[in-house]
Design a protein around this ligand. Structure first.
Ligand code: NAP
Length: 346
């Protein structure tokens, strides 16, 4: 049997803010068979993750492209791999059977031919929505958990500030920090997002950074006694303002710097005298280096989900063709929670 595999690619490298017209939907015939000795697995994609870091892969150059395999540059015209959930259609790999549910590196398309050695594992959905594997129980969740607990090492009662707080990682950082016993303030880009943080997710406070003209003064207002932990998702001016408001021995986890991804000239320049004299630790991290806490993270998060203590905030669009607008929307702040594209129903 043969199917038509529709997939998303870029027409040319994207150096700046992405536009939907930078992408194209291609298709190719895909025979649904593999030779038994190839170890190839053909997966029907069900849910794919839409992540800001992909933009750095789509540029003609980014230092991130050579740092770690999953961030490798993408060649225009070729398929784009992405984390996601799928179902095995055909397997030439003894570890997988037809109809196995799998999570791992699939692609922004209808089907993925997964080569041996590529991250792919079977999973038990434990009665939870399959989409959770892409967000709250996937890398977004692990990023929030490892960044907060491994990098920032919170203490009960500490004051935590998180930017892009209604996004996939940010909303979970805030929820974990609240459950742990911290005081949490988030920033987000709209009134609606601010209301969700305060009314639905239990943040102590939140503000719309787009309405503020002096971020240093804004943070002083929300943290008159200073910030213990800043979980940075955006970089640039917000990082500078947070560092200016940190307490002595404050910790900054640099998770991502999305405001710098679309503008190569933009950089955070925190005051280094603050860093020295307040003995602030600023540390970048990648979730992939924290697989040692994965089981702990999974167990705790599943427990918190089952008792309703934590909420999965998801933003799901449908169909391969919606991937470009879903992706471009990340940089316009369109998404509320984890951006996911549902490629097919199970
Ligand atoms: N280190 C790691 O292992 C790791 C893993 C996953 C993600 N990350 C990073 O974590 C950050 C959040 O990722 P995510 O997947 O959770 O995405 P996300 O927050 O769900 O989506 C991106 C959000 O960023 C905000 N944003 C976009 N442009 C902005 C700008 N110029 N200034 C300020 N905010 C802007 C938007 O919300 P607003 O409406 O609030 O502007 C948007 O909704 C990103 O920097 C990403 O690269 C790092």
């Amino acid at each position: 049997m043969e199917v038509t595999n529709r997939y998303i690619t870029i027409k040319a490298h994207i150096d700046g803010a992405p536009k939907e017209s930078d992408f194209e939907l291609k298709d190719a015939a895909l025979p649904l068979r593999v030779d038994p000795d190839t170890n190839l697995v053909i997966v029907k994609n069900l849910y794919v993750s839409i992540d800001p870091y992909q933009l750095n892969r789509l540029k003609s150059f980014s230092s991130s492209q050579t740092a770690i395999n999953f961030a490798a540059g993408v060649t225009p015209g070729e398929g784009i791999d992405a984390y996601g959930v799928g179902k095995v259609v055909v397997s030439g790999n003894p570890e997988f059977e037809k109809d196995d549910l799998v999570v791992g590196l699939i692609s922004w398309g209808d089907y993925t031919v997964v080569k041996p050695g590529v991250l792919l594992r079977k999973f038990d959905p434990l009665g939870l929505p399959l989409s959770y594997q892409v967000g709250i129980l996937g890398f977004s969740g692990l990023t929030a958990y490892a960044g907060l607990f491994d990098i920032c090492k919170p203490k009960k009662g500490e004051k935590v500030f998180v930017s892009a707080a209604s996004g996939s990682v940010g909303n979970l950082v805030g929820q974990y920090a609240k459950l742990f016993g911290c005081y949490v303030v988030g920033s987000a880009g709209s009134k609606e997002k601010v209301a969700i943080l305060k009314e639905k997710l239990g943040f102590d406070d939140a503000f719309n950074y787009k309405e503020e003209t002096d971020l240093k003064a804004t943070l002083k207002r929300y943290f008159p006694d200073g910030i213990d932990i800043y979980f940075d998702n955006v970089g640039a001016e917000m990082q500078e303002a947070a560092v200016a408001n940190m307490k002595a021995f404050g910790r900054v986890a640099v998770c991502g710097v999305i405001s710098e991804y679309t503008d190569t000239g933009k950089r955070a320049a925190p005051d280094m005298l603050d860093v020295v004299y307040k003995r602030i630790k600023i540390q970048g991290f990648l979730a992939a280096d924290h697989m040692n806490v994965y089981q702990d993270f999974l167990q705790k998060t599943c427990d918190q989900l089952s008792t309703g203590k934590i909420q999965a905030l998801e933003d799901i669009s449908d169909g391969v063709e919606s991937i470009p607008s879903a992706f471009v929307g990340l940089f316009r702040g369109d998404n509320i929670g984890k951006k996911i594209v549902r490629i097919a129903l199970e």
